[in-house]
Ligand binder design. Structure first.
Ligand code: F6R
Length: 598
């Protein structure tokens, strides 16, 4: 989703700093970009499409010390230069991430006061509102206090004013960092945008105004009293954006999964199961768990439900955050709400977390990004160690989330005495050996052949039962998002209640078969589609003798860990299909990495 970068300092190379920052933010997804910089006056350059288009319009010999830049992911109004940021109205120029919900009402008010609008965006209205208050008060901070009172919705803003050489920033429900080095100060949506230049960083709190000159950063609360800043040094090792020889970040991230698994689980298992019990909260006090998330993170919740219900015997309710935040949730003081999020910034998941906290329900966040809003606001944080994930379609963060949910299931099952010593030995052995098994599963060369057989189809189905149904949903989403093929996931037994009418000669159906007691049932369902002409692929940890077109055999491990192997063929089949279709694998159309609007 939209990305912001800004610089104010002694380095005259501001235009390069802005472009480098925007390039580092490309992974978030965008459709146009722009910058504003100041020498005698504020100049704006915009362009539709990739950052290179913008770069080609910039004269990098121009010296300037102050500027803001933006990548736009269209929300209000189509993709064109008029709608892209920065926006300028009167004395004010801004870049914005988020959605101003009451922009129509404000637009009417401002139109009646003589303002004209050139774009269809909510951002231009926000810009005009700040300009209106500025003309009224002649003081930018007072204007921003009024702005924050008036606005409904979410925003992170970088603001420049015609009359000053200062950048201002405020935010609500959209992330923004402030960073610095010896020669200047930065703002950005994400540390990665400035980590090439800056040494230390802080997360801007909501309801705080940041005043950023070329040598000073001052923070003010809503009463314009100064508040303290809290900078931490930037860990440059986590900001590596090298593809390391892989064609795509997605492929690199798939290959990182053995390490990610090891890094995520090993801190909890230094002394076997005892340290797992020690290092995790006491889950036994809860008699219900709600897992709330979006997209792939929601799918990890479905895997977690399966494992926690089977091994720990605690009911788990998994809900999509955009629904959960607005519905009646019948939770009580014995409910734990777990939010799962790679970014820790997804607007709906954050809102669900805040809702539960507001209702005094215990909350736990499984998050990848250190210092993100969810990581800071949840009562308990279990951090996954996926490292930076750049491909928009998640792979390694998905696995790390599943690994953490498996650990929760193991912790709770063992605390409740549901796992005997022998079974525990098997699990711990499997955990130790899993990274190598993941690696071997990645190296299977059959994925390319399957992709060749199915990539020209318009419809592809994934089926499974139990945990395999949860994995089918992720497999189907992965394929849709990066290859643009219409794909559906079905509980295998459900297909014949309607959807089987879509199966015809050559329709690919991928069946997942790891649920030991359900394998024969799913095999029957795959036979049903085969006899109607489907191209059948099975992904299984068992010996299947049926005559299906493709059979991917993965190693069999304890069920608590099996999903971490089953997901690999699903990720790689999608990857190979998308590659054959020449899709933009790392940045699929219309998608954003961090979805900070509702
Ligand atoms: C799909 C994908 C998305 C995210 C979803 C939640 O590959 O990446 O479905 O899982 O947008 O994002 P986070 O985990 O950042 O809350």
């Amino acid at each position: 989703m939209c990305g912001i970068v800004g610089y104010n300092g002694k380095d005259k190379n501001t235009l390069r700093i802005l472009i480098d920052g925007l390039k580092a933010l490309e992974y978030r997804g965008y459709d146009s970009a722009g910058i504003a910089y100041k020498n005698d006056e504020i100049n704006i350059i915009k362009s539709v499409g990739k950052i290179n288009e913008l770069e080609n319009k910039i004269d990098f010999n121009l010296n300037t010390n102050i500027g803001i830049g933006h990548t736009r992911w269209a929300t209000h109004g189509s993709v064109n230069e008029n709608n892209s940021h920065p926006h300028n109205v009167g004395d004010i120029t801004i870049v914005h991430n988020g959605i101003i919900e009451n922009f129509n009402e404000i637009k009417k008010e401002l139109t009646s006061k003589g303002y004209h609008f050139n774009s269809t965006t909510d951002t231009e209205v926000a810009c005009a509102l700040i300009d209106y208050y500025y003309k009224e008060n002649k003081d930018i901070k007072t204007s921003l206090v009024k702005f924050m009172k008036k606005i409904k919705g979410s925003y992170a803003l970088g603001i420049m004013c015609k009359d000053s050489d200062t950048i201002y920033s405020v935010r609500k429900d959209s992330p923004l960092i402030i960073a610095k080095n010896e020669s200047g100060n930065f703002i950005a949506s994400d540390t990665i945008a400035v980590s090439k230049y800056a040494d230390s960083v802080m997360y801007l709190d909501e309801n705080v105004i940041a005043e950023i000159t070329n040598d000073k950063i001052t923070l003010f609360d809503k009463d314009l009293k100064e508040v303290e800043s809290n900078f931490k040094s930037i860990d440059k090792s986590t900001n590596n954006t090298d593809k390391c020889g892989y064609d795509h970040y997605m492929l690199k991230e798939i290959h990182e999964q053995p390490k990610v698994f090891r890094d995520t689980v090993s801190p909890y298992l230094e002394n076997g199961i005892d340290s797992l019990i020690d290092k995790m909260p006491d889950f036994t006090k809860y008699n219900r768990i709600d897992i709330v998330a979006c997209g792939s993170a929601y799918h990890t919740g479905l895997v977690g439900k399966n494992l926690i219900e089977e091994f720990a015997q605690v009911p788990v309710n998994v809900e999509v955050a955009s629904e959960y935040r607005y519905k009646n949730n019948f939770y009580d003081d014995k409910t734990l709400v777990i939010v799962v999020s790679q970014s820790g910034e997804t607007a709906d998941t954050l809102a669900a977390l805040r809702k539960a906290k507001n209702d005094n329900i215990d909350t736990l966040a499984i998050v990848n990004v250190e210092g993100s809003t969810m990581a800071r606001e949840a009562d308990i944080l279990l951090k996954i160690k996926a490292g930076r994930e750049i491909a928009v379609a998640t792979t390694k963060a998905y696995s790390a989330q599943v690994a953490m949910l498996s650990l929760i299931a193991l912790n709770l099952a063992s605390a409740k005495g549901n796992i005997d010593k022998e079974e525990m030995k098997v699990i711990l052995k499997d955990i130790k050996e899993l990274p190598v098994k993941i690696e071997n599963t990645i190296l299977n060369s059959d994925y390319k052949n399957i992709a060749e057989a199915i990539y020209k189809n318009d419809n592809i189905f994934f089926i499974g039962r139990g945990i395999d149904y949860a994995l089918s949903m992720e497999g189907s989403l992965k394929l849709k998002e990066i290859s643009y093929i219409n794909s559906q996931a079905y509980a295998a037994g459900e297909l014949k209640h309607g959807t089987i009418s879509l199966i015809e000669e050559g329709t690919p159906v991928i069946g997942i078969l790891t649920e030991e007691n359900l394998i024969l049932k799913t095999i029957s369902n795959i036979e049903e589609v085969k006899s109607r002409g489907a191209i059948t692929t099975v992904i299984t940890n068992s010996d299947i003798n049926n005559n299906f077109d493709y059979n991917i055999k993965i190693p069999k491990v304890h069920k608590l860990l099996q999903s971490l192997l089953t997901i690999i063929p699903l990720q790689l089949i999608s990857y190979e299909v998308a590659k054959l279709r020449n899709c933009n694998i790392d940045q699929p159309k219309n998608l954003a990495k961090s979805v900070t609007v509702e």
